[in-house]
Design a protein around this ligand. Structure first.
Ligand code: ZN
Ligand code: ZN
Length: 450
């Protein structure tokens, strides 16, 4: 590694080297030493994450927000109430929005030759308004200036025809469950799964197994006894999460430097699960979270530092600011201590984030309702989801303390041959073809009071 690095440095600094030779080589070694040890960011103590808004939501709705379906991506006068500039609440909240997000709309013009135009008109059922929109397509861009999550919304693109899968999801699910349940290693866990040094953990509806091929030093799996994910009950899901939580505590006790709990849950092969039997991967990492979440955690640190010099009560918790903004746009539903939100930088249609103050039974109930919504309302049986719990042993160190963070993203039609990810998702920008408000209007119907 050093060889490669010095190679680069030598080419870059050849004129200097020619002048100084030996002594400078030592100097460069020093630079290399410093560069190779990448110090992890120091984290500050942020104000706590709480699930109520930091501003008066009623006042905001009364004086500022017209409850637009769209996001304020163009001229603010189109989105806010007349005279909104006269109210400090409007200014304050818009300031919070602008402190994290940039939003803009651009128009992409399209021309269709006559025969193709006929086809397009047909797609829109000869609706002239929609056809006019197809000629001048509105693209709404949203970027988070701290995490660089970046999404483009084109509601019209959602209407383009997509070939339905040959096999319906019902037939696929029936066939798959029948085929896989007969010889399922996870159903037959006592004989067919590995065990880690902490031994097997079990409760009424769930059990653990070590992963035979690990992706982390502390890595275990937690399964319900139920093979068919579509039949998963709340009790089963609760037992899976409870057992994983116990395992985190046990691992942390044995190895206190492992502090960063993660649960990953993919559903069905189209969601990236290698086994049809539902299973949650739990890992406890040392030093920091996995990169994708650590980058969000560090975005939060930078946001805090940008507001650090404000008076004590104006200091910022990034996650709470994100929540504030989504509350302002009417994209959240809250249950005392738990907030469900449709992110304005969604990765896919029906991307959902849950932020919570505590990891408890009520939280698991909310997650359960979301998964039921995916299954029963959306007929969306494959998904990928993550649950990041706050760092363990916060008594000793509560800097960089993240809230309970859950995120779930649909992974496309279970029986479809078409992949739902592309160079957009993996390598560039997220593309979502329904506006957050339209998605939220559907999701809000999934929840019962808890
Ligand atoms: Zn099974
Ligand atoms: Zn797996």
């Amino acid at each position: 590694m050093i060889g490669i690095f010095s190679g680069i440095l030598i080419t870059t600094f050849i004129p200097d080297l020619l002048l100084k030779k030996k002594s400078s080589i030592k100097q460069y070694d020093d630079i290399l030493d410093r560069k190779n040890v990448y110090e992890f960011a120091e984290y500050s103590q942020w104000p706590p994450f709480l699930t109520d808004s930091t501003f008066d939501l009623n006042l905001w709705r009364k004086h500022c927000w017209t409850n637009q379906v769209s996001l304020p991506t163009q001229d603010p006068d189109l989105y806010y109430k007349r005279n909104y500039t006269a109210f400090s609440i409007c200014k304050d909240v818009i300031h919070i929005i602008d402190s994290i997000y940039n939003m803009k709309t651009t128009i992409a013009k399209v021309e269709y030759p006559e025969t193709f135009a006929q086809k397009i008109r047909k797609i829109f059922n000869d609706d002239n308004t929609l056809y006019a929109k197809a000629l001048e397509q509105e693209l709404h861009f949203v970027i988070n200036k701290y995490s660089f999550e970046h999404t483009v919304y084109n509601p019209l693109r959602g209407r383009r025809p997509i070939q339905p899968p040959e096999l319906s999801f019902e037939v696929y699910l029936n066939q798959t469950m029948e085929k896989t349940s007969k010889s399922c290693d996870l159903c037959n866990y006592q004989n067919m799964t590995a065990i880690d040094s902490l031994g097997r953990m079990e409760n009424q509806y769930a059990y653990s197994a070590a992963n035979a091929f690990k992706f982390d030093q502390w890595h275990s799996m937690f399964m319900p006894r139920q093979h068919d994910i579509t039949k998963l009950t709340f009790k089963e899901m609760k037992d899976v999460f409870t057992l994983a939580w116990k395992w985190f505590q046990a691992v942390h006790k044995q190895s206190p430097s492992h502090r960063f709990p993660t649960m990953l849950w993919d559903s069905l092969p189209h969601g990236g699960a290698s086994q049809v039997h539902p299973h949650v991967h739990a890992t406890l990492h040392s030093d920091h979270y996995y990169g994708q979440f650590e980058s969000i955690r560090f975005a939060s640190e930078r946001y805090y530092r940008d507001h650090e010099n404000a008076k004590k009560h104006h200091q910022k918790n990034y996650f709470r600011a994100i929540q504030d903004i989504h509350m302002a746009f009417n994209l959240t539903v809250s249950f005392n201590g738990i907030t469900v939100l449709v992110p304005i930088t969604s990765r896919k249609e029906y991307d959902i984030i849950v932020l919570a103050e505590n990891f408890d039974e009520r939280f698991i109930k909310v997650i359960y309702q979301i998964v039921q919504g995916y299954f029963n309302k959306l007929k969306q049986y494959s998904f990928s989801s993550c649950l990041y719990l706050p760092p363990l042993s916060p008594n000793q160190d509560d800097s960089g303390l993240t809230p309970i963070y859950y995120r779930i993203i649909p992974r496309g039609q279970v029986s479809s041959l078409l992949s739902e990810v592309s160079s957009l998702d993996l390598l560039s920008i997220y593309n979502v073809n329904k506006l957050p408000a339209a998605l939220f209007a559907e999701i809000i119907t999934w929840f019962q009071k808890i």
